[in-house]
Write a protein that binds this ligand. Structure first.
Ligand code: NAD
Length: 483
């Protein structure tokens, strides 16, 4: 198959926080892979900007070490050399005047200018202001901002307002890396590129939808930070919400940024006010070797959840009567994220009681092994009558698409290239983020006002028993969590 890598226009990408964990682990190794694939023109540059003092040579070495650690398999020594030559470093203080003149002097002309704010959100406003004051940003400039985008509606509004003082919404790229995943986009292709699924994509044929993001890690090392947030703020309000939106949204008229984001916004606005009976919050227990959540949080009375399961309704014509169950947690049985669309059972079995009633399930796996499966019911092979069995149809199509299908860019790589191309489709708009907080805030307030304490769950389990019971109550069950 002919290479589908289309080079992007020459760019200067400034990474504020270029020496930080995210830049070293994700952003720069991702850019390196894009460089190796031939997507970056040779005159594009990446400028690390951070508070600490470094020579460009030191920064290059730091990034060479990061690539060796986090992506040792990509590229050749010559490619690494070529990539490192694209890197520059400037010491800049977001809150002071140091370094801004030097940064301004470095910027090239006639090229895309993008600024990645890979720093704490408390610095977003100051960065936007100084970029403007020093004449570094113009109406074509793009800025990329990382999560967390606020901790509630008021703080999200304040961040949006601070950015809007100097940048138009069309220049702001709010990253949710879940949207950059190949299979998440494939969900849209499958829904809107086929005749097969969309007519069935409603409460008449779909029994319920499950969205799971399970992690095996705890909050080790960042317990105090996490304890101010919790699973609802850290995962549900943003990542799981985005997955829900793409699953539930109406077909946009075209695949363009505002058409897609308008439809996602309508879904968020249609979400019900979730009653507390439809929420289970948990905290992982110590397992003998590793401490439990309360020890990690450093507060034996912490009421912050490391696990949450909730039943949500999308109150519109398409989804009335089809619940969406979402769950996410730490220290669970396996690292596994998926959306499962569980269809209704066949209304009647012509094969008799013994054959049972069966249902189709479409699973969209985000990790591990990104891909899709459609479970269909077939006859179990062999003699002995009509026994039915549910088998997965692998919809990953790696064989049909050839080896290149396996060499897909990871989420960060794809999203950064979208920034350079000026395509906002896979980024959250300001009003979407605010609507998501407007939905989450009253729910969080309702358990905080009651002083609810999360229930404990075993490390390596699928979460608290109460989350299982929430499903059983309605005659349903969670899918297994496995790698
Ligand atoms: P970090 O603490 O490792 O790095 C912070 C960076 O910001 C450093 O380069 C530091 O020099 C720079 N910095 C701090 N104060 C500055 C100032 N006044 N002026 C200029 N630069 C300054 O943080 P991180 O883990 O890389 O995270 C960066 C942002 O990305 C945070 O908002 C975080 O919430 C978000 N994020 C991180 C991850 C992750 O996996 N690390 C994942 C998602 C989102």
């Amino acid at each position: 198959m002919v290479s589908r890598v289309i080079p992007v226009d020459p760019f200067d990408l400034v990474i504020f926080g270029g020496t930080g964990d995210l830049a070293r682990r994700k952003i720069l190794p991702g850019l390196y892979r894009r460089y190796c694939s031939g997507q970056m023109e040779d005159n594009s540059r990446i400028i690390g900007a951070a508070r600490s003092e470094h020579e460009t040579a030191e920064f290059r070495q730091m990034i060479a070490d990061a690539i060796a650690e986090f992506d040792p398999k990509s590229g050749s020594p010559e490619q690494l050399e070529g990539f490192l030559e694209r890197l520059e470093y400037v010491q800049v203080d977001a809150l002071g005047e140091a370094g801004w003149k030097e940064l301004a002097a470095l910027m090239g002309e006639n090229r895309v200018r993008a600024f990645y704010f890979s720093v704490a959100p408390s610095l977003f406003g100051a960065l936007a202001e100084r970029l403007h004051a020093h004449g570094i940003a113009d109406s074509e400039t793009r800025i990329v901002v990382e999560k967390p985008f606020g901790k509630d509606l008021a703080s999200a509004k304040a961040l949006n307002a601070a950015l809007a003082e100097h940048f138009d919404e069309s220049q702001i790229y709010r990253i949710d890396h879940y949207l950059g995943k190949e299979t998440v986009q494939n969900l849209m292709a499958v829904r809107f590129g086929n005749m097969l699924f969309e007519p069935l994509w409603n409460s008449q044929y779909i029994d319920h939808i499950q969205i799971t993001v399970a992690e095996t890690v705890g909050v080790d090392g960042r317990g105090e930070y996490y304890d101010r947030s919790g699973a609802m703020r850290d995962m549900v309000q943003n990542h799981l919400m985005q997955l829900l939106c793409l699953t539930a949204m109406e077909p946009p008229a075209k695949f363009d940024p505002d058409a897609v984001r308008d439809e996602k916004l309508k879904v968020i606005r249609a979400l019900n006010a979730v009653p507390l009976e439809d929420v289970v919050r948990g905290q992982y227990l110590a397992d003998g070797k590793k401490p439990g959540y309360l020890e990690h949080a450093g507060d034996p009375d912490s009421k912050t959840e490391s696990f949450i399961a909730l039943r949500v309704e999308v109150s519109n014509w398409r989804w009335a009567g089809t619940p969406f169950y979402m769950r996410t947690g730490k220290r669970l049985r396996a690292r596994s994220s998926e959306i499962a669309v569980v269809f209704k059972e066949t209304p009647h079995s012509i094969f008799g009681e013994e054959a049972g009633r069966h249902r189709n399930v479409l699973t969209i796996r985000l990790q591990p092994n990104e891909g899709m499966d459609l479970f269909v019911t077939i006859k179990e092979p062999g003699p002995g009558g009509m026994r039915l069995v549910d088998v997965p149809l692998d919809m990953t199509f790696a064989e049909a698409l050839g080896p290149e299908a396996e060499d897909v860019p990871d989420a960060y790589e794809r999203l950064i290239m979208d920034v350079i191309r000026g395509n906002q489709t896979l980024f959250m708009r300001g009003d979407e983020v605010e609507a998501a907080w407007a939905w989450a805030d009253p729910l969080i307030a309702s358990w905080e006002n009651r002083g609810d304490k999360p229930v404990p769950y075993e490390t390596g389990s699928t979460g608290p028993e109460e989350a299982l019971a929430m499903m059983h109550r309605e005659g349903r069950r969670w899918r297994d969590i496995r790698a």
